[in-house]
Design a protein around this ligand. Structure first.
Ligand SMILES: [Fe+2]
Ligand SMILES: [Fe+2]
Length: 259
């Protein structure tokens, strides 16, 4: 998809009331969207080596780059309004720490939680502003986030292949509890945007849980990993690119170290 161009200059300015409503909230989301995902890619590389999946890491790398693009859209918009970018925030740090402690599956589940929250959030932000530019950014990010949820279904399906339905049901229940806690934290931090976009807590919670239900249904209706593996086993020529994932990770580590 072609990237949006968000001008940092000559942008129509938000009203003082809009700035008071959205400023801190967009600053936090801009920070949260910008993770480089190095530890996630390292874990993904271990998994990809284990199951000999040459596509896993390059796919995840593209996903991370798309999230970073969201961060750039919001950064350019904030700068167009002369609003500074946040160097850090406790919610973002908590999410990063949690992903750091987790294995690959839990890291992906935490990311899914953020995507599920992002859908109603960007809908609310789009309706909370009269800024055409901000509405356009929200619409573009929403299109991506909905696609990301499908993408994460596919990635988690690979990672959890062969798991019993009972155990998966238990884990889905735990994921829902984590989502409910996250909904409360996000409401506390961003209720001004939600309320300006026509949401009360009940609507935010029910819309997020609906996204979660639909996401779980989409997971259950995916083609199984067995199909993927058997296709690969009959000689998919692309498997000769097994070094591609490692190359992506090396490149990212290179960028991370600032070289
Ligand atoms: Fe995003
Ligand atoms: Fe996303």
């Amino acid at each position: 998809m072609t990237a949006l161009h968000v001008s940092q200059r000559d942008a129509p300015q938000l009203t003082p009331k809009e700035i008071a409503t959205v400023k801190k909230s967009i600053q936090q989301f801009q920070l949260g969207e910008g993770s480089r995902g190095l530890r996630l890619l390292q874990r993904a590389q271990k998994y990809a080596d284990l199951v000999d999946d040459p596509f896993f890491v390059p796919a995840l790398d593209l996903f991370i780059k798309e999230e970073q693009q969201h961060s750039r859209y919001l950064a350019d918009f904030l700068q167009s309004q002369d609003i500074r970018l946040l160097p850090k925030h406790w919610v973002d740090s908590a999410f990063r720490r949690l992903r750091g402690l987790a294995g690959l599956e839990l890291s992906l589940a935490v990311l899914v939680t953020a995507e599920l929250i992002a859908v109603p959030y960007y809908r609310a932000l789009r309706d909370a502003t009269g800024s055409h530019t901000l509405k356009l950014i929200c619409t573009r990010i929403l299109e991506d986030e909905i696609a990301h949820l499908k993408f994460q279904s596919s990635m988690l399906d690979r990672v959890t292949f062969g798991r019993s339905r009972v155990w998966q049901g238990v884990l889905t229940g735990l994921h829902k509890i984590f989502l409910l806690v996250t909904i409360s934290v996000v409401w506390t931090e961003h209720c001004a945007v939600f309320e300006a976009g026509g949401y009360d807590f009940r609507r935010f919670k029910s819309e997020t849980l609906r996204e979660f239900r639909e996401w779980n249904v989409s997971r259950r209706t995916l083609p199984t990993q067995a199909t993927v593996q058997s296709n690969a086993a009959v000689g998919n020529p692309a498997r000769t690119d097994a070094g591609e994932g490692r190359a992506v990770l090396r490149k990212t580590q290179h960028e991370e170290s600032g070289i």
